[in-house]
Design a protein around this ligand. Structure first.
Ligand code: UD1
Length: 368
């Protein structure tokens, strides 16, 4: 009997572990599935905790590449991933989202003529210099199958003239969140551990994007906003944000703000639990802004634009780093329409695995 096709998932950063999780079962069932971890995120609470909590198989290899400039990081990943792919010779490679690990994985595979599958394709912020926008555009343009989470992402790809296989799969992050709902409800006790107690009596804040945290001016504005927030605020600090806050000598000022709970980055379950029971979520994260809406929690997005255009009709408030807007919106609880992204009753993971299987069947020589 012929061996199952070999497919490799390349991941490296926190949001990719989340996007991979709902796919693991389907992929392992149909293919010989291996995980390459680039090492982009390496702290326990940025990486290992997600593997444990989301029951991801141990990576086949961790390349240990992180930090440095975008070019240096991506370049080192490209060279090392290429080596592994040459050795492993997979039938197909999956990449996820829009990080430097995504781009390095996609480029390494495409240049070896290994078909690339992009999970969460077609997302666009239309901000040209943004690192994630560069990564996702280039990745889309070298991919063979593009799985889109939303109807708008399908349109974006068509508008760019992409002729490869574009599939509206629905959102794998929604799939995981839906499956995690009972665990989120059962995890309410985690709020106490995090320092916030009462449902709806606190805010959840996260920031990590270069545009927010790499600019001293923007970080100062953020600290000023935080100092006037009307409710106790839980702030899990991303390593990039922590580094910049210290570098710009803003950490002490932040630490002295009353009713601000500075904590380490949260596990998937604790983050969603904190989002579910918050009065509102303030974030510059692409993932968390829609996860909050999935959970029915109001969102103030600390950016001027969003890739998740559909969320704007459902209560996503693009407030940028505008203190007056933030404070005004928090006076009365903003309304929110809970949202879902899915294709009828089909699971995105199932649609994705089936389509990949069909693609490989057409492409690979038949076994006896
Ligand atoms: C990356 C992605 C972004 C994604 C985000 C989620 C790119 C361009 N950006 O940004 O799309 O939304 O991850 O978190 O790929 N660090 C640690 N410990 C860690 C990880 C990072 O200390 O576990 C440090 C790094 O050394 C670096 C900084 O934090 O100095 C930023 O990490 P980096 O991997 O450059 O990207 P993120 O800002 O996390």
């Amino acid at each position: 009997m012929k061996a199952k096709p070999k497919v490799i998932s390349i991941v490296g950063a926190r949001p990719q572990f989340i996007k991979l999780a709902p796919l693991v079962k389907e992929l392992s069932h149909r293919f010989r599935h291996r995980i390459i971890h680039t090492g982009q995120h390496f702290d326990n609470n940025m990486s290992s905790i997600f593997f444990r909590q989301l029951r991801l198989p141990k990576p086949y290899i961790n390349l240990g590449i992180s930090g440095g400039t975008h070019g240096a990081m991506t370049g080192r990943m490209l060279a090392r991933v290429e080596k592994v792919l040459l050795y492993e010779s997979p039938d197909l490679v999956l990449v996820y989202g829009d990080t430097n690990s995504t781009l390095a994985g996609a480029l390494a595979a495409a240049k070896l003529a290994i078909p690339v599958v992009h999970i969460e394709a077609g997302m666009r912020s239309f901000v040209s210099g943004m690192p994630e926008e560069i990564n996702r555009k280039l990745t889309d343009h070298v991919s063979e199958i593009l799985f889109c989470p939303t109807p708008v992402s399908v349109k974006n790809l068509k508008a760019e003239g992409i002729k490869k296989k574009i599939v509206y799969s629905g959102d794998v992050m929604y799939e995981l969140l839906k499956a995690s709902r009972p665990a989120i409800t059962a995890n309410q006790k985690a709020l106490k551990k995090l320092g916030v107690r009462e449902e709806s009596e606190y805010l959840l804040l996260t920031v990590h994007r270069a545009a927010t945290v790499d600019s001293e001016t923007n970080l100062r504005v953020l600290v000023d906003i935080i100092s006037e927030l009307p409710l106790p605020t839980l702030f899990p600090v991303h390593p990039r944000a922590r580094k910049r806050l210290k570098q710009f000598k803003l950490w002490r000022e932040l630490d002295q703000i009353d009713r601000l709970f500075l904590v380490e980055p949260l596990s998937y379950l604790d983050a969603l639990t904190a989002a579910r029971y918050a009065y509102a979520v303030l974030t510059d994260s692409g993932g968390l802004q829609k996860e909050a809406l999935f959970l029915g929690t109001p969102v103030l997005t600390l950016r001027e634009e969003t890739e998740w255009i559909e969320t704007l009709k459902l209560g996503n408030n693009l407030v940028g780093l505008d203190k007056a807007k933030v404070l005004k919106l928090l006076q009365v609880k903003p309304s929110v329409k809970s949202m879902v992204y899915r294709v009828k009753n089909k699971k995105p993971s199932h649609i994705i695995a089936e389509e990949i299987a069909r693609f490989l069947q057409r492409r690979l020589p038949r076994g006896d």
